[in-house]
Every structure is written in structure tokens, then in C-alpha cells.
Ligand binder design. Structure first.
Ligand SMILES: *Cc1c(COP(=O)(O)O)cnc(C)c1O
Length: 405
């Protein structure tokens, strides 16, 4: 073990496995470790660093705001906070009635949404519907909505009322009644391996929740801020939800989250019903304004759509027998594998200088900065093809047998 590995093994909480490398610097789509090794970053901190690393717009916004005003209590408003609330309402199409609550992370945004659902439901509507394979975070409320039983089990009992149903329109139809407070969905299930909802699901969920008086709350934490080639995942189906949650990409690397409410759902929170010391601080909101402003002016949503199509073609063009398909939209891509070797592919890629992620044993997740161009994609093609070939060479006969079958 190197010194940093010893430090990590001794001092860091044991909630995660061994860290892959000690990263010390980033620029654009590249990262460097303590050995000076360069990596092409096609994960972007899991869909977080929308503009890449150390983008001048990000650096400038954070430096200027830190030198101006970093934090005040929520007894006061600040210009960046008001600007970001108005911007998110405009981008989400929340209309004049929309409102924004700021948090510091995705899980906290979902906690706020959970409380919104309870305020809407009261005693008459105790049920909250979430989907199988959903990921909504690790705090208790967001964990209750996260589907994986192994993640929840050690922390039982969960906040009550949450049920997980299959991601089909029929299952939703069967589950909904007038005792449901809210339906929570991700437009694309990122943690599940970048799995899309069935065609027409959000439109059906919208009409069914309206019919039963339940809120439709869309978790856009991974899919928002242009990631899928639209500002938000729900835009692809042209619906209006009751609320969306945001985090990850909106801060470009600064921790910030938000709950945006639409229409009548905007009047559920009342003075004293929720709060956060850091939520909506001028530093975080100034950075998010700069990041979202750059995504808009540099047309990065359009870039995400176009580069996503290009990247898909590139991955399919590699023609690896390990790849059975490509899922996702825009720059949120899941590469489906024919064997449970995603961990090996990620390790081989890293060895070659490419960072991607194993969302599960059968899926590699790819989520680069929205700024990528031809140069990054060409380099990715070479590195990813090599990594897939490395894994194929290293596979046992029974593993490759499975692949060839
Ligand atoms: C990452 C993620 C979360 C949790 O966000 P944190 O900032 O890690 O708390 C919730 N929902 C989705 C869809 C996510 O991708």
C-alpha cells in the first residue's frame, strides 16, 4: 500500500471500497493523479461537472462570490439566490406560480420532496409510490424511496408508506388510488445502470396522477441540467410535473440541490415547515447561475444531444462481443454487457487512462462533461475499445463461453 492508501484505509469511514487513485488536479475533460498520470474523465463525478474541471466560468464565479459574500442566514435574501430561483423556474417551465427550495445535495432535495408529498397527502393519503430499481438517495426519507432492499435493510424501520412497483404503465394504473400522495420517478434510472422508462410512461403517469389527485414528482438529479439533451428528462415527453428535484449537474461541482414546485404544489410549504442553514447560500447559488448560464450560452444542451448520438455510434462501432447494447439519452449512457464484468472493464479503462463507472455488474455508465467534442470522443473510442479487449483477453474460458453463446 502507498502512503495515501494507508491514510485512506485508516481514516476514512468504511462505507465505500478501496479508492481507485489519488486525484490531484483537473482541467476540462482531464484529471491527473499524484503520480502525474492523466485520465480522460467520462464520468464527470457522476454527472456533476457539467462544464468539465476548472472551467474559467466556474472558477471566476466561485472566486468573485467568495470575495463578495459567501453566506448569510435564511432570514435574508441575496441577489444570486433570487436570480437562481427565477432561472430554475424559467428553465423548468414552472410558470409564475412556481417556487424553489434550495438544498445542498440530491438526497436533501428529495427529503424536501418527501415532505411536500406528506403535506399534500396528510392522513388521507399515506401512500407514496416509487419504482423498482429506483435510486433517490441515502438519507432516511430518500432511502425509503430507494428500491434496493440491501441498501435499506440495515437501517429499518424506514419512514412508512413507500411502495415500489414495476416501471410499467399497467402497474402504475393498478397501484394508483385516492390514498396515494405522490408518485416519484426518475426519467432515466441512472444508478440502476441507465435504464429508460417505457415509451409514454411520463405522459401516462401525468394523466393518472391528475385523475387520482396525487403529485407527480420527478427526480431530475442525474438527468437534469441538460444531461440528456434536453434541459430536463421530463421535457422529452412534454409534460408538466408537480415538482422536480435537482442537484449534481446544476452546480458543476459545487454542492447544491433544489426542489422546484409547479402550480398548486407551490403553496404546500408554509413558514417553519422546512429549512436548511446552507440551502440557497450566495456562494452556491452564484456558481449554479454561472454554470447554468454557460450551459445556455454555449448551447451545451444541444451539444449533449448531438454528442450523445455520436458517442452511441462510436460504442456500437467498436463491435466488442462484450457489448450487447447501448442505453440512455444524450450524455447519460449505459453500456450493457453480455457478462457481469463491468468492474473489470472499469479497472482496465482506468489502467489505460479512462474513467467510467460500473453502475452494476452488467452495465458501464458513461456521463462525460457536456462540453466534450470530437477530440475527447476519438480518444474515448481508442481507450474504451482497448479496455474491452483487455477484459476479453483476461476472461476465463467459461466467462467467454457465456459471451460467445
Ligand atoms: C445522485 C442521485 C441522488 C442523490 O443525490 P446526492 O447528492 O448523492 O444525495 C438522488 N437521486 C438520483 C436520481 C441521483 O442520481
Amino acid at each position: 500500500m502507498t502512503v495515501w492508501q494507508e491514510d485512506a484505509a485508516r481514516d476514512l469511514v468504511l462505507n465505500a471500497g478501496e479508492r481507485f487513485a489519488l486525484l490531484t488536479r483537473g482541467e476540462g475533460s482531464y484529471l491527473w493523479d499524484d503520480q502525474g498520470k492523466r485520465y480522460l474523465d467520462f464520468l464527470a463525478g457522476i454527472a456533476v461537472t457539467s462544464l468539465g474541471h476548472a472551467h474559467p466560468v466556474f472558477v471566476d464565479a466561485i472566486s468573485k462570490q467568495a470575495a463578495t459574500l459567501a453566506h448569510v442566514s435564511n432570514y435574508f435574501a441575496t441577489p444570486p439566490q433570487l436570480e437562481l430561483a427565477a432561472r430554475l423556474k424559467r428553465l423548468a417551465g414552472a410558470g409564475i406560480d412556481g417556487r424553489v427550495y434550495f438544498s445542498n445535495s440530491g438526497a436533501e432535495a428529495n427529503e424536501a420532496a418527501f415532505k411536500l408529498a406528506r403535506l399534500h397527502g396528510g392522513a388521507e393519503r399515506p401512500r407514496i409510490i416509487a419504482l423498482e430499481n429506483a435510486f433517490h438517495g441515502r438519507t432516511m426519507g430518500s432511502l425509503a424511496m430507494t428500491a434496493k432492499a440491501a441498501m435499506r435493510a440495515p437501517f429499518e424501520p424506514m419512514p412508512g408508506g413507500v411502495e415500489h412497483i414495476p416501471a410499467t404503465i399497467e402497474a402504475l394504473e393498478a397501484a394508483l388510488d385516492d390514498r396515494v400522495a405522490a408518485v416519484f420517478v426518475e426519467p432515466i434510472q441512472g444508478e440502476a445502470g441507465v435504464v429508460e422508462l417505457p415509451e409514454g410512461y411520463l405522459a401516462a403517469a401525468r394523466s393518472l396522477t391528475l385523475k387520482h389527485g396525487a403529485l407527480l414528482i420527478i427526480d431530475e438529479i442525474q438527468t437534469g441540467a441538460g444531461r440528456t439533451g434536453a434541459w430536463f428528462g421530463f421535457n422529452h415527453e412534454g409534460i408538466t410535473p408537480d415538482a422536480i428535484t435537482l442537484a449534481k449537474g446544476i452546480g458543476g461541482g459545487f454542492p447544491i440541490g433544489a426542489l422546484v414546485t409547479f402550480g398548486a404544489a407551490s403553496s404546500l410549504f408554509t413558514p417553519g415547515s422546512h429549512g436548511s442553514t446552507f440551502g440557497g447560500n450566495p456562494l452556491g447559488t452564484a456558481v449554479a447561475n454561472a454554470v447554468l448560464g454557460e450551459i445556455e450560452s454555449a448551447r451545451l444542451v444541444e451539444n449533449a444531444a448531438a454528442r450523445g448520438v455520436q458517442l452511441r455510434t462510436v460504442i456500437e462501432g467498436i463491435g466488442s462481443p462484450l457489448v450487447s447494447g447501448v442505453r440512455g439519452r444524450g450524455l447519460l449512457i449505459g453500456v450493457a454487457l453480455t457478462a457481469p464484468v463491468a468492474g473489470k472493464v472499469v479497472a482496465a479503462a482506468q489502467e489505460r487512462g479512462l474513467i467510467v463507472n460500473a453502475a452494476n455488474p452488467e452495465s458501464v455508465r458513461i456521463a462525460p462533461a457536456l462540453t466534450i467534442g470530437d477530440a475527447e470522443i476519438e480518444e474515448f473510442q481508442t481507450l474504451f475499445a482497448t479496455a474491452l479487449a483487455d477484459v476479453r483477453v483476461g476472461m476465463t474460458a467459461s466467462e467467454t463461453g457465456k459471451v460467445d453463446a
